[in-house]
Design a protein around this ligand. Structure first.
Ligand code: IMP
Length: 181
């Protein structure tokens, strides 16, 4: 199987947009501190680039979680890495790579709210609103809205590959391959 990656959003454009988001966070939380909580592994590049441009006191932590949804299940979520630091009383910014159906966040956000953060905001590099089945998910800091495309790079993977690409790309497969989405 051979795959070709075409650039959807260049690294220059991605980094410029992340800087705008960081400036917005610096302004919104002026005089306060923020705690970035990244969802592994996809958010890593986005979170690091965002953190580099934050001028307010910032702490960082990561979580890893998996949601399981059967045909009749309401969805449960298990942490394979729980938050290492308490989020109680903190200004938490949850950092995600992409919001797709919203299934993961629809379970994760209520769980985090039970941990009593001072506030909980959501930053995501990408949003695919056409795939959303949870319209209640509110994005506070958004990089780019994209169409219903399977994207890789800048932390996003295709079967664990392509995360390290410095741009956001689209996987194109040859005639024998089948595009994943
Ligand atoms: P959701 O729970 O359906 O919103 O799924 C969100 C997760 O699915 C993201 O954190 C990604 O790990 C994965 N995902 C969704 N769309 C893509 C994509 O286009 N490329 C790579 N991963 C994706």
């Amino acid at each position: 199987m051979s795959e070709k990656i075409s650039v959807l959003i260049s690294s220059k454009e991605t980094e410029a947009r992340i800087k705008v988001l960081a400036d917005q966070i610096n302004q919104d939380f002026a005089g306060q501190t923020v705690h970035l909580l990244g969802i592994l592994k996809g958010s890593v590049f986005f979170m690091c680039e965002l953190a580099k441009h934050l001028t307010i006191p910032t702490t960082m932590d990561f979580i890893s979680c998996h949601s399981y949804q059967g045909t009749t299940s309401t969805g449960t979520l298990t942490f394979s890495k729980k938050p290492e630091h308490s989020i109680e009383g903190r200004n938490v910014i949850l950092v995600e790579d992409i919001v797709d159906t919203g299934n993961t966040l629809s379970v994760l956000i209520p769980m985090l709210l039970e941990m009593k953060p001072a506030c909980l905001k959501l930053a995501t590099l990408l949003d695919k609103p056409s795939r959303r089945i949870h319209p209640e998910i509110k994005i506070d800091y958004l990089g780019f809205t994209i169409e219903d495309l399977f994207v890789v790079g800048y932390g996003l993977d295709y079967d664990q590959q392509y995360r390290a690409l410095p741009f956001i790309g689209i996987v194109e497969q040859d005639s024998e391959g089948e595009k994943k989405n």
